[in-house]
Design a protein around this ligand. Structure first.
Ligand SMILES: Nc1ncnc2c1ncn2[C@@H]1O[C@H](COP(=O)(O)OP(=O)(O)O)[C@@H](O)[C@H]1O
Ligand SMILES: [Mg+2]
Length: 309
């Protein structure tokens, strides 16, 4: 833990663009030493929130703090929070040339630029023009720019966009390593599955409002359990499930039973003398939880769904 990162905190943050309430009374905290996923559908206010956190957009109300200080008041911000928001690249510059433009602002050497290109796997493309980079290569270059000042906090807006599966695995390893070093890592995505294996904590927003904040494990606890059961007497099995109040749906040769564990269903079938040929617990489907939490029309902030940390 050599990089103990700052706590990021958003308090009653709101932003309106004319009639559009992009961010609406949003509060959450991001702890150091962990990767936090900032999740929500497209247009839910993620980028606007991150821009306010980084002092790029003025809030309509509320505030965003880095260890208690607004970003704009930090003495050397690039040394505290590295951020990549919609990376703007000059297409005529080389990858190395791009980093060398930022290096003096951050106060780092040209050698550091080369080291970072190496870290993000762009050494072979260092002298190629960014205009010819793939989307994934641009993401890697944006990450290198973010890391110039070796910041103890990293804020990344949809960094997995455009990365191929191998790139996503690589990014996961890098972010996990940052968190293990004690840094604060906040990473946004509109696809939970993309970051599901990367994050420790989740902050989920919908329509600019907080829908859920907890550890990933606590989010998984909200997932509906499902069990697939195959019986030669499917009609009796279905009747038994309905008696118990478990929803059933035919699937292949069997029945998909909701809200029940394989153990419970097996015990009920055994007690009723219903023969089973297959009993398969289904993994918890986090994407379904995410969709449920962010569904349009769902009342924002159901108290029981907001798990305090
Ligand atoms: N500069 C802007 N002017 C007007 N509306 C904006 C501006 N930036 C964002 N919005 C609106 O605010 C909402 C949230 O956008 P954004 O923060 O980009 O969401 P996300 O990053 O989650 O996709 C959207 O309705 C978007 O159209
Ligand atoms: Mg966005």
């Amino acid at each position: 833990m050599t990089h103990s990162g700052p706590e990021l905190r958003v308090e009653g943050l709101s932003k309106s663009f004319g009639p559009v309430r992009a961010v609406d009374d949003l509060s959450f905290t991001v702890r150091p030493g962990a990767v936090t996923g900032f999740l929500g559908p497209n247009g839910s206010g993620k980028t606007t929130t991150l821009r306010m956190l980084l002092g790029l957009t003025a809030p309509t109300a509320g505030r965003a703090l880095v260890d208690g200080t607004p970003y704009a008041a930090l003495r050397r911000p690039a040394r505290v929070v590295g951020a990549s928001l919609e990376a703007g690249f000059h297409p005529g510059r080389t990858g190395l040339g791009h980093l060398e433009v930022y290096a003096p602002q951050v106060g780092v050497s040209r050698q550091r630029c080369r080291d970072l290109l190496d870290l993000v796997g762009l050494t072979a493309a260092a002298d190629r023009k960014v205009g010819g980079y793939s989307m994934g290569m641009r993401q890697r270059l944006a990450l290198a720019t973010t890391l110039l000042g070796d910041p103890p906090a990293v804020v990344l807006d949809e960094p997995a966009n455009g990365l191929d599966p191998e790139g996503i695995v690589w990014l996961r390893g890098l972010l996990r390593a940052f968190a293990a070093e004690g840094r604060t890592v906040l990473v946004s995505s509109h696809v939970l599955g993309e970051v599901q294996h990367t994050v420790d904590d989740v902050v989920i927003i919908a329509g600019g409002r907080l829908a859920h904040a907890s550890s990933l494990a606590a989010l998984a606890d909200l997932a509906v359990q499902e069990t697939l059961a195959v019986s030669p007497d499917a009609a009796r099995l279905a009747a038994l499930c309905r008696e118990r109040g478990w929803a059933v749906a035919p699937e292949g040769a069997g029945l998909l039973v909701s809200d029940v564990s394989a153990a419970e269903l097996g015990a009920a079938a055994f007690a009723a003398g219903v023969e089973l040929h297959q009993l398969t617990p289904r993994g918890t489907d986090l994407e379904q939880v995410f969709l449920r939490l962010t569904a349009p029309g769902r009342p924002a902030r159901e108290p029981e769904a907001v798990v305090a940390r």
